[in-house]
Design a protein around this ligand. Structure first.
Ligand SMILES: [Zn+2]
Length: 79
């Protein structure tokens, strides 16, 4: 049993998980509860942000207020 294989495999699985999350996060729009507008955040910002279920603490690109934003399923409108 190669002792290097297991940590490498774990690292690979972790990288795949991050890549999958990045794809989802980069395509998700979030609704700002302060101004009601939707915006798209950088995936790494959303990835590193504080999560409350599906909601994420992000800074709004429109009003600049940092609040817990929830994902929008509406694909129309400004981005
Ligand atoms: Zn806002």
């Amino acid at each position: 049993m190669d002792i290097l294989l297991e940590p490498l495999l774990g690292l690979l699985i972790g990288a795949v998980c991050v890549a999958c999350s990045a794809r989802v996060l980069s395509s998700t729009r979030y609704v700002c509860p302060a101004c009601g507008k939707t915006f798209r955040s950088r995936w790494w910002k959303a990835f590193l942000a504080f999560h409350v279920g599906d909601d994420i603490a992000l800074r709004c690109l429109h009003c600049g207020k940092k609040s817990v934003c929830y994902p929008s399923h509406d694909q129309s409108g400004e981005g």
